[in-house]
Ligand binder design. Structure first.
Ligand code: DAH
Length: 355
């Protein structure tokens, strides 16, 4: 029985080694692997059956069987090396490092950022500095310092996202900066913040994001962008405002744009106005965009209220200035004929990729 077994192993080894050394393709090589070294190959099954032999015999036969397996494995390894080298095809593996790279999609600025940059550039060219303030604001800066006390009906004009209740201790009556926190409802609070640390004359603009707790529709959003502009000096007039506004809008729309003021009320200015620009679609003749009036409402403006100067720490009646604010979204909508304010934050690439 032993002689037969050794003969079998001898034959297996020879057959395996010869087959691998004669293999011509990688496919053939893979078949041979299964045939001679696989778990279900003759040798594989034989190795498994060793467990059935008595220990002494198992040791001797096992030793010889492992030798056969090692020899076939060595033959298979050299066959693999020989065949994979032969199958290397220079043409298909060739990489032209001077080839044009394929173009990858690249992002671009959001249309609101582009418009904001355009607006900033125009104001900069008119000598305005850019100022900034926090989006999480205190009740004091958003309302009180702008002459809008707690019981003032004007607070209702701007539905507010309140964030934190007043947590001040009652022993601290001097602390007029209420600890009540909110998401700023306009960029006007930056007027006061800036004036606290700067002395006139100065002119600034404040681009920024603002929040209103209100229902959304094609012309209302809960989160949008605004521009505040503030010009303070010794004898600033409404005429100065109208001149700067006309210059700004004419540059922004690339054609002469007239501005008109309508008396209005904002607690932080006196007198206060709403201002309109000549309709950019019909140039003031009257069309469906301006409901036949020839004018488009753009924002609010006025001469800075002396109480606001006072809240910022200035002496009353020492300075004069104009302040105005308008919506960046609204301006972008006018310039690029965007019909719905909600598109800006929709994340819809079909909309965003147009700009
Ligand atoms: N803060 C006002 C709002 O968001 C807009 C505004 C009106 C700003 C009049 C001003 C101003 O600077 O003078 O509705």
């Amino acid at each position: 029985m032993e002689t037969n077994t050794f003969d079998f192993l001898e034959k297996m080894e020879r057959a395996g080694c010869t087959a691998f050394s004669e293999a011509k393709t990688l496919a053939e090589f893979r078949d041979l692997e299964v045939q001679f070294l696989g778990r279900k190959s003759e040798l594989g099954l034989f190795l498994k059956s060793l467990a059935l032999l008595p220990p002494e015999e198992r040791h001797k036969v096992g030793k010889r069987a492992n030798e056969a397996k090692r020899a076939i494995t060595a033959a298979s390894q050299s066959a693999r090396a020989r065949l994979s080298e032969a199958s290397f095809d220079v043409k298909s593996e060739w990489i032209d490092v001077t080839d044009q790279p394929c173009s990858l999609p690249v992002g671009h600025l959001h249309i609101l950022t582009t418009v904001e940059n355009e607006i900033v550039d125009i104001f900069r060219s008119l000598g305005f500095d850019v100022a900034d303030g926090p989006e999480l604001e205190t009740e004091f800066y958003n309302f009180d310092a702008l002459n809008i006390p707690a019981d003032h009906p004007a607070r209702d004009m701007q539905d507010t996202f309140w964030i934190r209740e007043d947590t001040r201790s009652s022993q601290d009556p001097q602390d007029h900066r209420s600890a009540r926190l909110l998401l700023r409802t306009h960029t006007s609070p930056v007027q006061v913040r800036y004036m606290e640390t700067h002395t006139p004359p100065f002119r600034i603009i404040v681009p920024g994001r603002i929040f209103r707790s209100e229902a959304t529709d094609a012309s209302h959003e809960h989160t949008f962008y605004q521009f505040e502009s503030l010009f303070v000096d010794k004898s600033v007039s409404v005429g100065n405002f109208k001149y700067v506004a006309e210059l700004f809008f004419s540059r922004f729309f690339g054609k002469r744009i007239g501005v008109r003021l309508r008396p209005s009320f904002f607690p932080f200015v006196e007198p206060g106005f709403e201002f309109d620009i000549a309709c950019t679609v019909c140039d003031g003749k009257g069309c469906s965009s301006c409901h036949g009036t020839g004018w488009l409402e753009v924002g609010g403006a006025g001469m800075v209220h002396q109480s606001v100067f006072e809240a910022a720490g200035y002496e009353r009646d020492r300075w004069s200035g104009f302040a105005w604010g308008f919506g960046t979204n609204r301006l972008a909508m006018m310039k690029y004929k965007i019909p719905d304010v909600r598109l800006f934050q929709s994340g819809d690439l079909r909309f965003l990729n147009q700009f």
